[in-house]
Design a protein around this ligand. Structure first.
Ligand SMILES: C[S@@+](CC[C@H](N)C(=O)[O-])C[C@H]1O[C@@H](n2cnc3c(N)ncnc32)[C@H](O)[C@@H]1O
Length: 275
């Protein structure tokens, strides 16, 4: 195992959901090159009864089933035994957790390893959450049938941040939520003409400095239009020229809003919130 490799253990009742996602493309190659070690374990394998029962009815009554604590505890113990030298962060996927984002992905990518615990049905027994889980993470404010899709999402977004996993490290720095804190700029590839549409001339100029400046402005513009909250967050990192540019967009939105939008709706949700 190389020094920068990372361990991702996944505990699930549905291991058959994972191979297609985790064995393909960049994440698959990262495992082949030993930058990443992913193991998916079936929680049912850690049951001790004849029928491998991993869930039971909730105490107090009510709908649905709850995942039993003993198989989960045994699975977590087995993971710890298999990695005696590595402190793995145990993460339960739940809509009640911290909402996943790029900042969390960057934080997790610096860890030596994580264990992703996928719930199903009504979730897992609360005593596992209070004694065996270090972090709780949500995929967003909606409810899925299980934690498997969020586990794949986390594994993918963390894995691509491990040094060496994505071929060109610059693509990680420059993409949305990268270190500039803005959304990405538009991308184009061949052919030069597609269904009557050409390309922004700048991209054909061959002048890399000007292309970088154009991309940066496109990135800022797109962020201003779609995620003004990110422009506010990145405000101090913008140059004075960029701040003036944002201000001018904001002014023209305000001026143009009455003429161009009869319903009175503005394109940007609330430009007044921009500092
Ligand atoms: C049907 S959900 C349980 C929902 C739970 N009773 C609640 O109301 O919060 C079953 C499992 O799916 C997973 N899950 C569902 N939505 C999720 C989300 N937004 N983020 C992370 N995991 C989620 C969790 O592991 C959860 O235990």
């Amino acid at each position: 195992m190389t020094r920068t490799s990372m361990i991702i253990e996944i505990l699930t009742l549905f291991p058959e959901m994972f191979p297609g996602v985790l064995e393909s493309s960049i994440i698959g190659r990262a495992q082949t090159s030993e930058l990443l070690h992913i193991r998916v374990r079936n929680i049912r394998d850690y049951t001790t009864d004849k029928h491998h029962v991993a869930d039971d009815a909730p105490y107090g009554g009510g709908p649905g089933m709850v995942m039993k604590p003993e198989p989960l505890a045994a699975a977590l113990d087995a993971v710890a035994l298999d990695h005696p030298q590595t402190a793995l962060t145990r993460v339960y996927l739940t809509p009640e957790g911290e909402v996943w984002n790029q900042t969390l992905a960057e934080e997790f990518a610096r860890l030596p390893g994580i264990v992703l615990v996928c719930g199903h049905y009504e979730g897992i027994d609360e005593r596992i959450r209070t004694t065996c889980i270090d972090r709780e993470v949500s995929a967003g404010d909606y409810v899925l049938t299980g934690g498997e899709l969020p586990a794949m999402m986390i594994a993918d977004s963390v894995a691509r941040l491990i040094p060496g996993v994505v071929g060109n490290e610059q693509s990680i720095v420059q993409e949305s939520f990268g270190h500039h804190g803005l959304l990405d700029h538009p991308h184009y590839t061949r052919p030069e003409k597609f269904r009557g549409m050409g390309l922004p001339e700048m991209l054909l100029s061959g002048h890399h400095k000007n292309i970088d400046a154009w991309r940066r402005e496109q990135s800022l513009r797109r962020t201003f239009e779609r995620r003004p909250d990110l422009v506010i967050a990145a405000w101090e990192t913008l140059s004075r020229k960029e701040q003036a540019l944002v201000q001018s967009w904001r002014d023209s939105e305000e001026e143009g809003s009455e003429d161009t939008c009869p319903t009175g709706q503005k394109k940007v949700s609330d430009p007044d919130t921009l500092t």
